[in-house]
Design a protein around this ligand. Structure first.
Ligand code: ADP
Length: 673
């Protein structure tokens, strides 16, 4: 079977493969696309249904919040008055009204600014003097080691020596403890540093360093840096403690406002991306403090009068501020979550906090982490700028549950459609490839059969003409001619017979007549039929037939045909070593009958294919030898009809052995009878 480059069958096959790939890929892609859109639509529809369901809840919640926020300027008047009075030092403390308002409204930073622009509240404490008194010599020795010689470990020893010289309540301990903690941090002794910082915080709440910064606040910041990424719980607690310590309006305020802003900014810096892990209130407070100046300057020129709710940008964020211009600028920055009246609290009062979560955000911000699926959102009317009330479903599973059943149907239908399509087209492709291959084999078959027919016909014609023209010199020559004509016609008849047999086999019309037959006779008949061919080729034939062979139930003519085919193949494909063995033996209940040659052999990969219709091995010798590719498929067909098997054991250059295995059950059965 030679492949020609412009083989039309191959071309058709290639076109078909391309078409099939296109036919699978495009519909599958379209189908998948539509399926995904359908699934997405289903989810969107479920979202809409959820939105419809929760719109009324959101409406009620928004009404409550609007009412609370609108009333806030009015209800906060007394509290802001108290704060202003405290800032003017008219009363000793801002009082309960202010504390109540600040807690309920979620005020994180409050302020009072005088007409001259001075910040009256948070009121800066007068700076405390730096320790000027006696300090032991080992303290300055430690400083020398720490800064000039850059040896913090040696400095630690000196500072400890200085400490041992001071009594427990000596205020000089504060700067020494501060230096010791710093040197310990530098020396990488984290645990010792933490312990010293703890001592410093409790022993020196009011002391300042030479730049005027509060030692305790500095110690807390240092402790924060040491805890970061090491002890999350203590880190979070420390942030809250710091927020409480620095928080304006809180009685624990110990540092001046300048220091407060610095410390808060440093704390926020230390928090980095970890703000989510710490109480939002604490973060918000620190953030607000660190941006206090920015916040104040961002307040627009308010008209004097009642307090107003404003949205002010500070620290890169939009913030909700309640502010009023009276004799002073008074106001508070509010946490949008409002402790007692905010969205969460309102939800709680409505008994819905179990399944829902609400938060108020400026239009450009997201709610805190942990919120579920957004069910509905609405802008609040009570504020000047877009503040959005978001309502979340805590359990995102509910929306999935709504969409899930239909989505699942779509998904499986989609999968089924795609799989069926792919399988169907794969199967069609398989059949088409087989058909195309067969077509090509048939084309080759027609040309090889024509060739096989022409050879004997040419001889017959030539010798007939020799006789007709009286070109023979004597009777013996004439007889030779006639014998050749006879032999060639017989060859022709056999060929035609084989073609007819083949077509009967194709149509399933070939009939078999089974009778118990003697295997030896069968072999002899086949060898006799091939006699001239074997003689002409000078073949040495060995008959290895077991002595005791039972009679076998078979169609004699068909089985002789099988052996003739195998023998003639052995002759055809043995160009050099002309030796053939025919064998028959009994192995248990099976008769093994076969032909072995020492010819060109067959590659292992082709052992199955040679039994296919019209298949011929594509090598030089096989293509030089006349053949049609029908022989072995006919053999295979006949053996199958006998409930038998045929196998080949062969490798190139070594020769081939074709073995037929026929069950002897029938024979045995007959013998028993
Ligand atoms: P063909 O008419 O071509 O001989 P067959 O169906 O009898 O057709 O054989 C199919 C192919 O199997 C042959 O073309 C040949 O290449 C290979 N073949 C069959 N018998 C032998 C053998 N004894 N030795 C080597 N090759 C063989």
């Amino acid at each position: 079977m030679r492949r020609r480059p412009s083989d039309p069958v191959a071309r058709r096959l290639r076109n078909f493969v391309l078409l099939t790939i296109f036919a699978v890929a495009v519909p599958s892609l379209l189908l998948t696309g539509f399926g995904l859109i359908a699934i997405d639509n289903e989810r969107a529809a479920a979202m809409r249904r959820i939105e419809d369901l929760y719109k009324p809840v959101l409406g009620k919640l928004a009404d409550r919040l609007n009412a609370w926020l609108s009333a806030l300027p009015q209800t906060s008047t007394a509290a802001l008055d108290d704060l202003a009075a405290f800032a003017r030092r008219e009363i000793p403390a801002p009082g309960e009204r202010f504390t109540k308002f600040a807690t309920e409204a979620g005020a994180v930073a409050c302020f009072v600014v005088g007409t001259n622009g001075r910040v009256l509240y948070p009121r800066p404490e007068p700076p405390l003097p730096t320790w000027q008194g006696y300090l032991p010599d080992s303290f300055s020795a430690g400083q020398q080691l720490e800064f000039a010689e850059r040896d913090p470990s040696a400095a630690v020893v000196k500072y400890r020596a200085a400490l041992s010289e001071l009594t427990k309540d000596d205020p000089a301990r504060c700067p020494v403890l501060n230096a010791l903690a710093r040197a310990l941090v530098r020396a990488g002794r984290r645990q010792d540093a933490l312990a010293t910082l703890d001592e410093l915080i409790s022993a020196c709440p009011k002391h300042v360093d030479h730049s005027g910064y509060n030692l305790a606040v500095g110690a807390r910041l240092r402790r924060l840096a040491l805890l970061r990424g090491k002890d999350e719980t203590r880190f979070a607690k420390e942030i809250e403690a710091l927020a409480a310590l620095l928080g304006p309006g809180l009685p624990t305020l110990r540092a001046s406002s300048e220091q407060t802003g610095f410390a808060a900014a440093r704390a926020i810096e230390l928090l980095g991306d970890e703000t989510g892990r710490v109480q939002p209130m604490a973060v918000e407070t620190l953030d607000a403090i660190s941006h206090q100046a920015e916040l104040l300057s961002a307040l627009p020129g308010l008209a004097p009068g009642q307090a107003r709710l404003l949205t002010v940008r500070a620290g890169g964020r939009r913030r909700l501020v309640l502010a009023r211009v009276g004799p002073e600028l008074t106001g508070c920055l509010l946490l949008p979550a409002g402790r007692q009246h905010g969205p969460e609290a309102a939800l709680d009062q409505m008994g819905l906090s179990g399944s829902l979560q609400a938060c108020l955000t400026s239009s450009e911000e997201q709610c805190e982490d942990g919120a579920g699926i957004l069910a509905a959102a609405e802008y609040l009317k009570a504020t000047d700028l877009a503040w959005k009330l978001n309502l979340f479903l805590k359990d995102s599973g509910s929306i999935d549950a709504l969409a899930e059943s239909r989505t699942r149907i779509y998904f499986w239908a989609l999968l089924l459609a795609v799989v069926t399509l792919v399988l169907g087209i794969g199967r069609t492709l398989q059949v088409m490839i087989r058909e195309a291959r067969l077509t090509r084999l048939k084309t080759d078959f027609v040309s090889s059969v024509s060739h096989e027919l022409r050879t004997p016909l040419t001889s017959i014609r030539m010798f007939t003409q020799t006789l007709l023209l009286g070109r023979t010199r004597n009777e013996a020559e004439a007889r030779d001619c006639l014998e050749t004509i006879d032999r060639e016609s017989e060859r022709l008849t056999r060929l035609v017979e084989r073609i007819l047999d083949f077509s009967r086999m194709e149509a399933g019309r070939k009939a078999f007549h089974f009778k118990p037959e003697d295997v030896k006779e069968l072999v002899d008949q086949a060898l006799a039929a091939c006699g001239p061919m074997l003689e002409a080729g000078g073949f040495e034939v060995t008959r290895s037939l077991a002595a005791e062979l039972p009679a076998v139930e078979l169609d004699r003519d068909a089985m002789v045909e099988v052996l003739i085919n195998l023998l003639s193949n052995a002759v055809k494909y043995s160009p050099d070593r002309h030796s053939i063995e025919v064998f028959a033996r009994r192995v248990d209940d099976v008769l093994e009958l076969g032909v072995s040659d020492r010819g060109i052999g067959i590659e292992r990969a082709l052992h199955k294919r040679i039994f296919e219709k019209f298949y011929r091995v594509d090598n030089r010798l096989a293509s030089e030898v006349a053949g049609s590719g029908m022989g072995l498929s006919l053999v295979h067909y006949i053996i199958q009809a006998h409930n038998g098997q045929i196998t080949v054991d062969s490798s190139p250059g070594r020769g081939s052995t074709f073995t037929i295995r026929l069950p002897l059950k029938n024979a045995k059965h007959e013998e028993e009878e």
